[in-house]
Design a protein around this ligand. Sequence first.
Ligand SMILES: O=C(O)CCC(=O)C(=O)O
Length: 259
Amino acid sequence: MELKEDQLNEWRARGCLHLQRFFDPSKLAAWTDELAEWPETPGRWMKYFEPAADGGDPRMLCRVENFLEYHEGWRGLLHDPGLLRVLEQLFGEPAVLFKEKINFKQAGGSGFTAHQDAPAFAAFGQRFHITAMVSIDASNPGNGCLEMAYGRHQSGLLEMDEGQSLAQRVIEGERWEPVLTEPGDLVLFGSFLPHRSGANRSDAPRRAAYLTYNGVSEGERRDAYYEDKRRVFPPEIERVPGRDYSNTGMYNIGNPIQT
Ligand SMILES: O=C(O)CCC(=O)C(=O)O
C-alpha cells in the first residue's frame, strides 16, 4: 500500500489521513463481540466501565485494552502488512505497536473532552505516536464520532486544564470537524492533533479500535506502558480493596471511564 502524493499532503496539512474501507469490515464486529464477552480476568485483557449518562445502567462496558496476546484476529490486524506499510511512510521508519484498545461507546455512553494524546503517551521517553483508528461501526455526530481540529498538530502542546484536557478557551477557539466513518475505515492521526467526541445518542453501540504505534527509533515501550497502567489505573477486577485509585494520572485524560 503506497500512499499517493495527495494523501501524504493531506497527512502533513491536517495531521490526519482517512483511508476509506481499508480493512474488510466483515469480521470486525464479531471479533469485538468476542472481546466483550470475555470475563473480567486479573492479569490479562483489561476491561473498563462507565455509567450510562441517563443514570440507567451504572456499569456499561466502555473499553477493552491489551488484547494483542489473546485474540488471533485482532493480532493479525495489529500486524497487518498494509497498515504497517502505511505507518512506515508516515513515520519515515518502521512502526512498533505501543498500545491497543477498543472504545465501545454503547448507546447512552458519554463523549470524550477535547485533548491531545501526547501528554499521556510521552511519559515513556517517546516523542511522537500515530494512532490508527479502525471503525467497527459506522460513526457520525449522532453516535459520537471523532471530531478533529485539523491542522493544529503543528502547534505543539496547547494550553490544558488541570485534568490535562484542553483549556476551555482553546476548545472554544478551535474549529471541530466531525469524522464520518463506515465499518473498515482507517483514520490515522498523530499524537499532537486535538480531538474530542460527543455522546452516543443513538440506540446502538459506536465501537472503534484505537491502535497506537511509535517509530522504531523510539523503542518498544508497550510492556512498560501496560505494567504502569495496571499499577496506577487497573481494571476493577485487579483493584486492591481499600486502596485509593482516584489519581489516574495520565491514564484517564478526557475519558468517561469510572475511577
Ligand atoms: O472513542 C472516542 O470517541 C474518542 C476516543 C479518544 O479520544 C480517546 O480514547 O482518547
